[in-house]
Design a protein around this ligand. Structure first.
Ligand SMILES: [Fe+2]
Ligand SMILES: [Fe+2]
Length: 121
């Protein structure tokens, strides 16, 4: 059940990332998942970034830089030889687990607290 202290859109979208990570680990690997991951990340980042700009979020620069680093790293990973599925599955799921730990449970939570105190939940 949704906790009252969560922003519903953000929490729901973060749950999708958990699901995508599980799908990335499935053998045989479905390369279509990479396309879904990229679309998901862009859609999610744009929404967070829109909220940050709308609310004059004080940590917007650092948060945007983190999103841009993710975009770049994901792009680099997606450019690796698509036939190397096994190593791509490992590096991508490690990368996303790390992202969940450091970003989603870190600075995204700070953003969530800020949005919750605003009138734009
Ligand atoms: Fe996020
Ligand atoms: Fe974020």
């Amino acid at each position: 059940m949704q906790k009252t202290s969560d922003i519903i859109w953000q929490d729901t979208q973060h749950q999708v990332l958990f699901e995508l990570i599980e799908q990335i680990k499935i053998v045989p690997f479905d390369p279509e998942i990479l396309h879904r991951l990229k679309l998901y990340a862009e859609h999610h980042f744009i929404l967070e970034e829109t909220y940050m700009r709308l609310l004059d979020y004080p940590h917007v620069v650092a948060h945007l830089e983190a999103h841009d680093r993710f975009r770049e790293e994901l792009e680099a990973m997606l450019e690796t030889d698509p036939t190397m599925h096994e190593s791509l599955q490992v590096s991508l799921s490690d990368f996303l687990h790390e992202w969940l730990k450091l970003h989603v449970l870190g600075i995204d939570k700070q953003l969530e607290d800020f949005v919750l105190k605003s009138d734009h939940k």
